[in-house]
Design a protein around this ligand. Structure first.
Ligand SMILES: *Cc1c(COP(=O)(O)O)cnc(C)c1O
Length: 357
């Protein structure tokens, strides 16, 4: 740390991203990326767009927002976009929470929430998940705070029903608070809250192209909500970086939405692989939480979480382990192709035999 670093950031502990090895030696099941490439028209659209790189991108992102509005059945004014959904989460925290209106989110959830809260000097309450790692909607009613819920939640993969989300949204609405629903994994089996945005002017849904649309490296996120909420986010976006979404990414995103069915079919493949892997790992003695996402959260009674992570890494498979109290025994494993999952199951079977379990 330099002596020049602002006092207000000295205590900041930054988010730790999952490992991104560059040597291609690993089966990479650690950061919930899609194992499938973008659709062919995405490549074409990006190649075309390169010719216009000397020009700034469209700060209104008209074409991309129109495509999003169409796919999600909302108006253009109900959509805005960001450089990955992480940026949108940060903007939403800045916009809708402060010292007078603290944040509330689960104790076990996306690790970026406490980081963004601290970055912006927003106090927050971490509400414990139930013993089975599920969210109790009643814990989020009558609390008078800005609420952030990942649905499905990460790293558990568990989801709330639309009725449960609506219950929280309605209660927060009566109390004059915003509910932010982070739907990074919604396409793998949960119900989207987008259909509620016309009924609740306090509901903001945040999505990403990183997981279900094979574009983690392009950095594209979006928010859907009441137009006044979107206007607030845009005020902050124009106050920080109006060109937050670059030309190539905007072109890629617009093209991807034109082939939405390709991506939804990929999601169905992932769901099939997830269900098969879940069955196989349970037969090997693993406890696997019922996931609605493109990852599973697993533990084995006879092998520690960190040990399992290290043994898999030695054998060329990267998964995600979190050094965090309640979940130390677990690993989060991204669901990849059928071949990658077979490889994982075989490796785990051999490992358990070696350890004589
Ligand atoms: C991956 C993820 C995101 C953000 O991803 P971006 O790549 O920044 O769009 C947001 N929320 C959760 C819960 C995630 O797991």
């Amino acid at each position: 740390m330099s002596k020049f670093f602002s006092k207000k950031f000295r205590e900041l502990v930054p988010y730790t991203p999952g490992e991104q090895p560059t040597d291609g030696r690993y089966i990479k099941l650690n950061t919930n990326e899609s194992p499938f490439p973008p659709s062919p028209t995405v490549e074409k659209a990006v190649t075309e767009e390169i010719k216009k790189l000397s020009l700034y991108s469209d700060p209104r992102n008209s074409a991309l927002r129109a495509a999003l509005a169409k796919v999600y059945g909302v108006c253009l004014e109900q959509v805005t976009v960001s450089n990955g959904s992480d940026e949108m989460l940060n903007l939403a925290f800045m916009a809708f929470a402060d010292k007078q209106r603290p944040l509330a989110f689960p104790d076990i959830t996306y690790g970026f929430y406490p980081v963004f809260a601290k970055l912006n000097g927003i106090p927050y309450e971490e509400i414990p998940l139930k013993e089975d790692f599920s969210i109790d909607p009643d814990d989020y009613t009558g609390i008078g705070k800005t609420i952030v819920i990942a649905n499905p939640n990460a790293p558990t993969g568990l989801s709330l029903s639309l009725e449960e989300i609506e219950k929280i949204a309605a209660d927060a609405n009566r109390g004059g608070n915003v509910l932010i629903v982070d739907e990074a994994y919604v396409d793998f089996g949960a119900q989207s809250a987008v259909k509620l945005v016309d009924s609740y002017d306090n509901l903001l849904v945040i999505g990403t192209f990183s997981k279900s649309r094979s574009m983690a490296g392009a950095r594209l996120g979006f928010a859907i909500g009441n137009r006044a909420l979107i206007e607030d986010l845009d005020t902050l976006r124009y106050s920080t970086n109006p060109y937050n979404v670059n030309r190539m990414t905007a072109a890629a995103g617009t093209a991807a939405l034109q082939e939405n069915e390709y991506y939804m079919e990929n999601c169905r493949k992932i769901v099939r692989n997830r269900e098969k892997t879940t069955r196989e790992l349970r037969l090997l003695g693993f406890e696997v939480l019922p996931s609605s996402a493109n990852f599973i959260f697993v533990r084995h009674h006879a092998v520690g979480g960190e040990k399992l992570y290290a043994e898999l890494k030695k054998r060329g498979i990267l998964v995600r382990h979190f050094q965090k109290k309640r979940i130390e025994a677990y690993n989060r494993i991204t669901v990849g192709t059928a071949e990658q999952m077979d490889q994982l199951v075989q490796t785990l079977r051999a490992l358990l035999e070696e350890l004589q379990i």
